[in-house]
Design a protein around this ligand. Structure first.
Ligand SMILES: [Fe+2]
Ligand SMILES: [Fe+2]
Length: 288
């Protein structure tokens, strides 16, 4: 990313001018110091393996609330599947950008996890006997990530912070009150994996040392993440509205973006004393 922030911001956000470079020490300056953390996470993943075939009771029948049409039930589960497929693809794009060693091994275990989550939702949808296409807004959000050509640390923020910690958290709200024991079991098993993925994101962001990147690059990245967040949040609003006929309060979405700012400060995307500059840039070039 160059210094022409406004020019970059008028593009599709994550589509930048130059392709990500190789996994050099300049891209991951702190990688060597956290190899051990990556190895510990990979080992934990190995100890928590589960099987989509054996650890879910497929003899149970899928359950849906009496007021929800079958078509909407299929739509809901299908969006979970599309989200998992997108997470797997994003991690596959990130893998070759990581240095060889424990960090790459830990991400490889995440890819295996995401593949297992896909398998669980595929089996569930097979039980429902149907599948819905990916909804447009979510497809836009995922293609922003697929088109990412900026610094590798930005891809980690997009996948492991915006998608995993926030967008998926809102999605989980959808299923919390859903009465289907199979769906709840899938979410329970996948949720344990997701918390490890969040931990991996924190480790990778330490390795990337975002705070050392130029502020122009970080401002452009912040804007791209805001657009991604808006697409995801809007998609969830539509899902609630179309599938469950229930609006998501605007305050829920705003609080999500505000919470992300805290994370961005913690990982160095927004540096000490820079919050005002980032807020002003966001106000000057509204996302969307
Ligand atoms: Fe997942
Ligand atoms: Fe995940």
């Amino acid at each position: 990313m160059g210094s022409g922030v406004a020019g970059d911001q008028s593009s599709r956000g994550f589509a930048q001018r130059s392709a990500p470079g190789p996994a050099t020490a300049a891209v991951w300056p702190n990688a060597a110091s956290i190899e051990r953390d990556g190895a510990a996470l990979a080992a934990k993943a190995a100890s928590q393996l589960w099987s989509a075939e054996c650890d879910i009771d497929w003899r149970l029948a899928p359950v849906r609330p009496w007021w929800l049409p079958r078509r909407n039930h299929v739509m809901l589960a299908s969006q979970f599947l599309h989200g998992e497929r997108a997470a797997r693809s994003a991690c596959e794009a990130l893998l070759p950008l990581l240095p060889d060693g424990a960090l790459r091994l830990a991400l490889a275990t995440q890819i295996t996890d995401e593949a297992r989550h896909c398998e669980a939702y595929e089996r569930y949808l097979a039980r429902l006997g149907d599948i819905s296409p990916r909804r447009t807004l979510l497809a836009d959000a995922f293609s922003r990530i697929a088109d990412w050509k900026g610094p590798a640390g930005g891809l980690v923020l997009a996948t492991h912070v915006v998608l995993e910690s926030e967008a998926l958290a809102i999605q989980q709200d959808l299923v919390r009150d859903f009465p289907c024991p199979i769906l709840q079991r899938i979410c329970q098993l996948a949720g344990r994996d997701e918390s490890r993925h969040l931990a991996l994101g924190r480790i990778l962001l330490k390795a990337a040392d975002l705070a050392a990147r130029p502020i122009d690059e970080r401002l452009a990245l912040h804007h791209a993440l805001h657009r991604l967040w808006q697409d995801c949040a809007q998609a969830v609003v539509e899902d609630h509205g179309v599938i469950l006929w229930r609006a998501v309060p605007r305050s829920r979405l705003d609080a999500g973006w505000r919470r992300l700012q805290v994370t961005f400060r913690r990982v160095g995307l927004i540096g000490h004393g820079e919050a005002r500059a980032f807020g002003a840039a966001e106000a000057a070039v509204p996302a969307g």
